[in-house]
Ligand binder design. Structure first.
Ligand code: BG6
Length: 493
């Protein structure tokens, strides 16, 4: 049962506050939480940006962000005014200590100890920001700092950035955000697995044939060209979101839902991932890059044309076969894929069970297995495939049928955006859905085995047309094992 907790009024300070993430996610999240009366009224949100702004310019920015990123039917003047009275702008250059001192003066006016510093900036300046916050006397014992992913470009840079933040904040004050963990359907994975006894004895290599994890996006670069060309799909999506999904599927039951109990179990999965070698990276992974194509009737240009560069070896698609080397999952491959500019936006996890050990019916269709499909977005549902007899005389004829549970139909509640849940968890001081330092480190360590495999094997990107399911090689990855990706369904039926 959830427990009621009295929340402290909080000053929320957003570095990179005029950027895309702030407009798309952070400000709308606060609009909703204030509207629900969850965030104490006297909390303040201070947006930081380099430019000097008049009050009218700030108001214009806030209104535009809300009108663009909050659905029309959820935005009303009364609630908007409530938000606007609590959002302030402060001009700050992250290189200038004087600007931090003037921030300190604003914050000290209320002398409110609970402060949330949200760093929505490139990760390489996290350490500098933390140092200046400390030197200007802005941090308090009750302060928390939120770090956006990806933290670093690899293991070494993660460690350097992490250490630079740990000089000024304790691990208990650091919230490494992975917004996938805040999604309702992702949290539901824990409930599905650990409250339904029926799965308890089925969730292992005796019964499970393989697992598929797909996060397909139909969007492309979305104004983040420079960042994306440096990062690529592996660092942008797999190192964090997809590995977290894999952990939630593969982990052992934690003893309880305290932050460390859960994070300890996820860490064990990350450490059990079989490292890639140059040979296995070449065989078991595919890198792709989208070329011109069309998505929903819209023409999409080549990735490199969108970037405005002649050539790039950055992957916008990645697929691989992973193994979790432990007792539970020995012999069970995890097939994982994600990509930009694919045919449709959808994320799902498929747990495919083994066929029965001996078929007593001669006439069986091809797709004879049981399969659990967990659709995470955009249409949230759980589907279980079973075999049934087609009614009528004339012997046994079979058909796979689906038991459907539509979560959106079952619950009429609005599905809050992941950031709403996560930002409130920071205010509450609950680190359960945030990544601990050793988790991020273990994820980088494993990701680097694949990056090294690609580098040493000079593994190039394979083109795929925008609006497709990625390069055909990704299908071969499974076909070679006598398997196939679960077909993209149009919805629950
Ligand atoms: C972000 C990535 O973390 O997640 C983006 O940086 C990606 O590239 C996004 O588009 C996907 O999130 P969602 O919630 O839309 O699936």
């Amino acid at each position: 049962m959830s427990q009621w907790q009295e929340l402290q009024p909080t000053d929320i300070i957003v570095f990179g506050g005029t950027g895309d993430l702030s407009k798309r996610k952070i400000l709308p999240a606060f609009y909703h939480r204030l509207r629900e009366g969850q965030l104490p009224d006297s909390s303040r949100i201070i947006i930081l940006g380099r430019a000097q702004k008049t009050e009218a310019e700030h108001q214009h920015f806030l209104r535009e962000a809300c009108e663009t990123f909050i659905p029309e039917h959820e935005l009303n003047e009364k609630d908007y005014a409530f938000l606007a009275q609590r959002v302030f702008y402060h001009s700050l250059d992250a290189k200038k200590i004087e600007d931090f001192k003037s921030l300190a003066a604003i914050l000290d006016k209320n002398a409110r100890p609970q402060r949330m510093f949200y760093l929505a900036t490139p990760a390489d300046i996290y350490g500098d920001i933390c140092e200046k916050l400390h030197d200007a006397g802005v941090t308090t014992a009750d302060s928390r700092v939120v770090l956006e992913k990806p933290i670093g470009y690899g293991l070494d840079s993660f460690r350097a950035i992490n250490e630079s933040v740990l000089r000024f904040f304790t691990e208990q004050q650091i919230y490494r955000i992975d917004h996938y963990l805040g999604k309702e359907t992702v949290q539901n994975l824990m409930v599905l697995r650990f409250t339904n006894n029926v799965f308890h004895r089925l969730w292992n290599g005796d019964v499970v044939d393989h697992v598929q994890i797909t996060v397909a996006e139909s969007t492309g670069l979305e104004n983040r060209h420079a960042y994306y060309d440096e990062a690529g799909a592996l660092r942008d999506m797999v190192q964090n979101h997809l590995l977290q999904l894999l952990c939630l599927i593969a982990m052992e039951p934690p003893n309880d839902v305290t932050p460390d109990a859960i994070r300890d179990e996820k860490l064990k999965v990350l450490r059990a991932l079989r490292p890639f070698s140059t040979a296995t990276a070449g065989l078991d992974s595919v890198r792709g890059q989208y070329k011109a194509g069309s998505i929903g009737g819209k023409q999409i240009d080549d990735y490199t044309h969108e970037m405005g560069i002649a050539d790039s070896d950055t992957e916008t698609f990645v697929a691989f076969k992973a193994h979790v080397d432990n007792w539970r999952w020995a012999g069970v491959p995890f097939y994982v894929r994600t990509g930009k500019s694919m045919t449709k936006r959808y994320s799902e996890i498929v747990v495919q069970f083994k066929e029965v050990p001996h078929h007593i019916f001669a006439d069986r269709p091809d797709d004879v297995c049981n399969r659990l499909v967990i659709r995470l977005q955009p249409d949230e549902y759980i589907q279980f495939q079973m075999m049934t007899k087609i009614p009528g005389p004339g012997g046994y004829r079979f058909k796979p049928v689906k038991l459907n549970l539509s979560l959106t139909e079952e619950f009429e509640e609005r599905y809050p955006d992941a950031y709403e849940r996560l930002l409130m968890d920071v205010v509450r001081g609950n680190q359960t859905l945030f990544m601990r330092s050793d988790e991020v480190e273990a994820a980088w360590l494993w990701i680097e085995t694949l990056l090294d495999g690609w580098k040493n094997g000079a593994q190039k990107v394979i083109p795929y047309p925008a609006g497709s399911e990625g390069p055909e090689h990704a299908a071969l990855l499974l076909a070679r094992d006598g398997r196939a990706w679960h077909k993209i369904s149009k919805g629950i039926k």
